[in-house]
Design a binder for this molecule. Structure first.
Ligand SMILES: NC(=O)c1ccc[n+]([C@@H]2O[C@H](COP(=O)([O-])OP(=O)(O)OC[C@H]3O[C@@H](n4cnc5c(N)ncnc54)[C@H](OP(=O)(O)O)[C@@H]3O)[C@@H](O)[C@H]2O)c1
Length: 261
């Protein structure tokens, strides 16, 4: 039991992923959670699945019942929803609104105890993946650190850079799919090729995960000269294959920042 009651204003994909992560986490699983009535199907399903989750009859009731309030509606609805709420001065507010900086959200409400911007990903349901946090706070890092890897940033525009990094998702899955398809086209049974490829990528990531992160430069460079890894590296880099990824990220951050108002 953490002693906190977390209220979710908006119970959609991300709120339900966070709630599932919290409720399956052992240490945090008895945290009291109050959701807004919308979405009705999702909130009632969560309340039926977990005894510590209840559904409030209004957004205000969810807010009144909690000390940590998560703003988890879509950015477009954020202002209208937040302006209608009566916050207490001692509320801790966590905004998930993707295209709104904290100063903007603050301008819609009276001053509250603390405000954070957070970017969890739906993987949080399985207690994995990065969770961007701004600004730093040890209790937030401790709580959410049990639900994923908290990456605290020192300046708010850095939140947007972490958003941009997630834009390589489809491209990365495409690389994995194409590698597996290549194996299958060349004679491996398709299932074996897919399973081998995924297990190989998983193992590569595990070698640079957590405390092994400093090993990344070594793994980039370590290969036999004129070996097959060397062949692949030379062909992809000489045709601009790697440069294209960072150019694409430049385009992604530009698009993300253009959405801010
Ligand atoms: N999904 C992601 O991967 C992701 C990643 C990073 C950040 N975010 C951010 O997280 C926030 C939530 O995203 P999401 O993907 O969870 O969106 P979502 O699935 O659309 O959920 C938003 C929820 O808000 C509810 N809602 C609508 N009007 C409301 C109101 N007046 N009062 C209370 N609830 C209301 C909706 O209910 P109805 O269904 O009844 O309309 C819906 O359940 C967004 O600000 C987004 O920018 C999302």
């Amino acid at each position: 039991m953490t002693g906190h009651t977390i209220g979710f204003i908006g119970t959609g994909v991300l709120a339900s992923s966070m709630i599932r992560g919290i409720c399956s986490s052992g240490e945090l699983s008895h945290t009291r959670i109050v959701t807004s009535p919308r979405n009705a199907a999702i909130s009632s399903e969560l309340a039926a699945a977990f005894e510590n989750v209840s559904v409030a009859s209004s957004n205000q009731e969810a807010l009144d019942a909690c000390d940590w309030a998560v703003i988890s509606v879509t950015p477009k609805l954020g202002e209208a929803v937040v302006r209608e709420l009566n916050f207490r001065p001692n509320h801790t507010v966590i905004s998930l609104l993707a295209t709104k900086r904290l100063d903007t959200v603050k301008s819609w409400m009276p001053p509250v105890g603390r405000m954070f911007r957070m970017v969890p990903m739906p993987f949080i349901a399985h207690r994995v993946g990065p969770i961007t946090l701004f600004p730093a706070a040890p209790d937030m890092e401790e709580f959410f650190g049990r639900l994923g890897r908290v990456i605290t940033v020192e300046e708010e525009p850095q939140v947007e850079l972490t958003n941009a990094i997630t834009s390589v998702t489809n491209a990365t899955y495409t690389v994995i799919r194409d590698v597996a398809d290549w194996g299958a086209k060349n004679g491996l049974p398709p299932g074996a090729s897919r399973d081998y490829t995924i297990a190989y990528f998983e193992a590569m990531l595990s070698q640079i995960s957590g405390k092994y992160a400093d090993e990344l430069p070594r793994f980039v460079e370590e290969r036999t000269p004129e070996g097959v890894n060397d062949t692949v590296m030379k062909m992809i880099s000489s045709r601009g294959g790697f440069a294209l990824w960072t150019e694409a990220l430049d385009a992604a951050i530009k698009k993300i920042r253009a959405d801010y108002m």
